[in-house]
Design a protein. Sequence first.
Length: 564
Amino acid sequence: MASTLPNSAIFKTLAGHDPAKVAVIHSQSGRAFTYGSLLHDIAATKDVLWERGQKQSLRGERIAFLAENGYDYVVTFLSILAHDAIALPLSHGFPSSEIRYILENSKAKFFLSTEKFEDKARDVLKEHISLKPKLEVLPKIETGAQSAENVKFRDKDLRHGGFMLYTSGTTNRPKGVVLSTSVLMAQAKSLIEAWNYSQADHLLHVLPLHHIHGTVNALFTPLIAGATIEFAFPFNADLTWKRFAAPFLTPNTTSGIPPITFFTVVPTIYSRLLSSFSSLDDTVQNAAKRSLAPTNLRLNISGSAALPTPIKQAWTELSGGNVLLERYGMTEVGMALSCGLDFADRVDASVGWPLPSVEVRLVDVDSGQVIQPGHEKTVDGRFREGEIQLRGPTIFSEYWQNPTATAEEFVDAEDGQQKWFKTGDVATRQEIQAAGQSGQTWAKGPMYFIRGRKSVDIIKTGGEKVSALEVERELLSLPQVSEAAVVGLDSDQWGQKVAAVIVLSDQGKTAGKGGKPWGAMDMRRALKDRLINYKLPQELKVVESIPRNAMGKINKKALVKELF
């Protein structure tokens, strides 16, 4: 009996790839699955869900799932889309209470789990959940199907399904962000045009799969492009270096291990790779350096958090000239801004230009007026700061069953067309003379520079505005500092005052007077020639570590409550 898949853009695109081309590899085991296998297994799993759903339509239903990072995740995710349902990935690192909240909030019909996470799934469902979803345990796919010859396509308009990711909830309880199948495809097409994904790409995937970075940039888009994704999660610095080096180690140079051509991670991963490099033996170091060269590693991207300049510079030096590409995005919009493929278009501290099909405007944070092109500066020569607002086919349409939050984050457009989404992020727009000349049609004009979150990163002190990200960049450029977070504290005298939380480097632990740890006075002396006086932190807390989420982001409101 033939299995069927929708005759839609997603599945017709997957079917158009060479069925013998490898789609997914598990790095440690070497198990590989082709595009032909993938198509067959998606259709077969779709049939399993149909049977277990008692042959009732799943159109528009939320289907949550726990699956290990790899082929099982890919098949489960796409089989849910094939039902025109909403795929809701869960992190196996979440506490049971968090998963319970998401299941309840989303009103999930099914809770799918692979065998590996069955115990965790059953533990989640022990406690009360209104409209408790039906748990279904899916067997692990050990080997892929031989071909997709029995898969047939039938016309079906996928208008009700898509992807739902939950925001990180740094200010309120997490909200469900609904990304329709059309939005997913628009995001993929935009990135393929901008970053030139192709069938020749081999992407090493070390990211979590419940965030936009890991799911759209590093999974869905390369699959649409026909690339190969190699899963090596959870991230391990030593294993990652050895995988990069493997194709360039003799006698393995002819063993067929493909070089990594595409790597996209968060700044903390680049930091950990750089700090662990010296522990590798000379042979692996030399091979790893070769693997990072621009001729082998086609694209290295940093995102999800601000990239400290010292990390960017150290990576360029280690790789023999490969410059990290920075970009800007969020759960609700996918990727919105990006630097270009030409190294001259990767300007320090900039996130580049609007990506293809994305419309961007800046709205002055003080006046509420749109900052028009050519009016980026104030009369005294400062760059005007504005909230980034976005629209276009890559933007989400709603927070799940939260019309109040949805209405608050969208604003009517003067031209009567699609509403603008208010990102809550503040930026400036500046012309950079040497950038934007590469010929990429979208990478031209003034570049955007993120100043921070409107709510926590723009500190108003004594009538002046301070970008927490700018102060963090300067702190991280000091050899005494390995990590930094800058926050605003309430002040009767100044409105707010600038405060810093830092982790000392090994050098910093003895860099103070008399060999003591580096402290507040040392910090102010080090920064006085780098920052104007009102930007200098007035308080300093030295800690062993700064808590971050899976994507390297810091909850600054929680940090202030805990430390100050």
